[in-house]
Design a protein around this ligand. Structure first.
Ligand code: ZN
Length: 222
């Protein structure tokens, strides 16, 4: 028979996590607390709240408290500043980016409010997810761009697909190196890459070097 021992479950019950939030809020005699305020008196790590309850604002809501970012204008101000820095940089800011003139507030302001840069970004994430319209979509666009860098050169497979589709002939003049020695074929972006043309099947075409240089856009030699 298999030996089975009793294992204690060390996970803190949710009710206990929520009671702790209410307790700390009572210390401040308020209906809301920021992360850094909680950290001064709270028993559990902020990470537990993010992991178990899905975020700081969600945790507060579950404990019957309200979001500190609605009442506390200055928190909203510094989060909005972070959003503006994000857009100016075109990427997620690091704490070292938070300098004048790029940022109105230094990283220390964020440390003071949220405890650390890590927590700042967590709260900022919450803030963005609650934001609507352009305030949200601008950041979403930037994040998407970073996930998928645009690629100019087609892969070898794509290159061959294009050549085969165009039967190894120039799409403009119809010549091919087989019948016209001295010319060669290139893969061209129909809508130029510089004008946001994509490196994909429908936007690529086979051109001979002469037609392509006459067309004047950047070319890729095959
Ligand atoms: Zn041609």
């Amino acid at each position: 028979m298999k030996i089975k021992l009793k294992h204690r479950n060390y996970a803190t019950p949710l009710s206990e996590l929520l009671r702790e939030l209410m307790r700390v809020a009572r210390i401040y005699k308020r209906k809301t607390i920021s992360i850094s305020e909680y950290q001064r008196f709270g028993k559990y790590s902020v990470e537990i709240y993010f992991r178990r309850l899905g975020g700081w604002i969600k945790s507060l809501e579950m404990a019957g408290l309200s979001s500190p970012y609605e009442r506390n204008a200055s928190s909203e101000k510094i989060l909005e500043n972070l959003r503006e820095v994000f857009i100016k940089l075109g990427r997620q800011p690091a704490s070292s980016d938070m300098k004048k003139p790029l940022s109105r507030y230094s990283a220390d302001v964020y440390y003071g409010r949220f405890g650390s840069w890590r927590n700042t970004l967590k709260v900022f994430e919450e803030y963005l997810n609650l934001a609507k319209g352009e305030r949200r979509s601008e950041i979403q666009k930037l994040l998407k761009q970073h996930r998928k860098p645009r690629r100019r050169a087609p892969t070898v497979k794509l290159r061959l697909d294009i050549l085969e589709r165009d039967r190894f002939c120039c799409r403009f003049c119809g010549r091919s190196p087989a019948t016209h020695p001295g010319i060669w074929l290139e893969i061209d972006h129909a809508r130029p890459f510089s004008q946001n043309g994509k490196t994909e099947f429908d936007n690529l075409q086979t051109l001979c070097n002469e037609c392509n240089s006459a067309k004047g856009s950047r070319r890729i030699k095959v």
